[in-house]
Design a protein around this ligand. Structure first.
Ligand SMILES: [Zn+2]
Length: 129
């Protein structure tokens, strides 16, 4: 289920953003949004590259708060930079949702996650655990 939600957020939701927000050239916008998934190349710097219960937020260099400040700044630039910013911020939200779902199912799995403070805060706010 978590995988389905994850892929829906990665592929399906950008479609709605593109179609509802930029109807005139939604195809181009959709492609740009999908291209922002390349931000996950920073996972290649990690070892192991893939780990089941890892929360990417704060762990990978392009998934840190510092990087996100940069993505917010992109929003104020002209196209395509602002769309890239939307895509990247949305990507972070998707990954965070993923971390939350993992946390909800297994809080101890993320005990060492660098974003654990935020996850606990969100879990508290959402009434999980
Ligand atoms: Zn990611």
């Amino acid at each position: 289920m978590q995988t389905i939600i994850h892929y829906f957020l990665h592929f399906g939701f950008p479609f709605f953003i593109a179609y509802l927000g930029f109807r005139k050239d939604w195809k181009k916008v959709y492609l740009i949004l999908l291209a922002t998934m390349l931000v996950d190349i920073d996972h290649l710097l990690a070892s192991p590259i893939f780990e089941a219960h890892r929360c990417s937020i704060q762990f990978h260099p392009l998934h840190t708060w510092y990087a996100m400040v940069g993505y917010v700044v992109l929003l104020f630039f002209k196209r395509p930079y602002n769309i890239i910013g939307i895509g990247l911020l949305f990507h972070m939200l998707t990954d965070l949702t993923d971390c939350m779902m993992t946390y909800a199912g297994c809080p101890v799995c993320l005990e060492d996650a660098l974003a654990i403070g935020l996850l606990r805060l969100l879990a508290g706010a959402l009434g999980i655990h």
